[in-house]
Ligand binder design. Structure first.
Ligand code: FES
Length: 219
């Protein structure tokens, strides 16, 4: 989906500061890079800003999820001695950065071929109906934003969605609705396969390396 980036939108705050805890993390991140290469820290600093916004947003009323205001990008550019436009170029390129407010739970539904073949259309329909919103929209209570994404690398357990940092796999319309219901109650659903499969092994259990799987406690 096309990424929203409106630098003069009403929701853009005037300023952005890292908290004390984030400042310490930022200093540690920047120190990882060789002298003169500190600008390479731009990506983890953008992620740090997004996570800070998400932590603050989880306590707000209505809540919101992690996103990166333009003021945060400008602040990061100033910290790293980079032109602001260079920071915008990075932030607008990668889909993991949200450049407009999102719901507390950002529901990214994979609809690429393997997930589509395994029923992602039903997951999309069930999610839209359950939440009463369309793709790219946020529920009125600020809890959920729905977006469609390309392959998230978990095709073997398709269909799947990513919600914030977690993957939920082997979904059906029913398990998707349950998942959204659990999150709406501010409870933590089981991450990974919703059919109880361990990692990507067969649903019936290991078919090879059985002894090793037993020893590792996954069978
Ligand atoms: S196609 Fe959905 S995770 Fe790869």
């Amino acid at each position: 989906m096309k990424k929203l980036f409106e630098i003069n939108a009403d929701y853009q705050p005037e300023s952005f500061e890292f908290t004390k805890a984030s400042q310490k993390k930022a200093a540690d991140i920047i120190a990882l890079y060789p002298k003169g290469r500190q600008q390479s820290a731009v990506m983890p600093l953008l992620d740090l800003a997004q996570r800070q916004m998400g932590e603050e947003g989880a306590k707000a009323e209505p809540p919101h999820g992690g996103w990166i205001p333009r003021a945060a990008m400008d602040h990061i550019g100033d910290m790293l001695g980079m032109p602001h436009i260079k920071v915008y170029e990075v932030a607008t390129f990668y889909s993991m950065y949200n450049l407009a407010p999102v719901g507390k739970h950002l529901v990214q539904i994979c609809t690429t071929t393997p997930c589509w073949l395994c029923g992602s259309d039903e997951i999309v329909q069930a999610s839209k109906k359950h939440l009463g919103i369309g793709m790219g929209e946020t529920t009125k209570d600020g809890k959920f934003t729905l977006v469609e994404v390309e392959c998230l690398g978990a095709c073997v357990n398709a269909p799947m969605v990513q919600i914030n940092d977690d993957y939920y796999e082997d979904l059906t319309s029913e398990s998707m609705k349950e998942l959204l219901g659990t999150l709406a109650e501010d409870m933590k659903p089981t991450i990974g396969s919703q059919k109880g499969r361990k990692a990507s092994m067969a649903l019936s259990g290991p078919t090879t390396l059985e002894k090793q799987a037993k020893k590792a406690g996954v069978a």
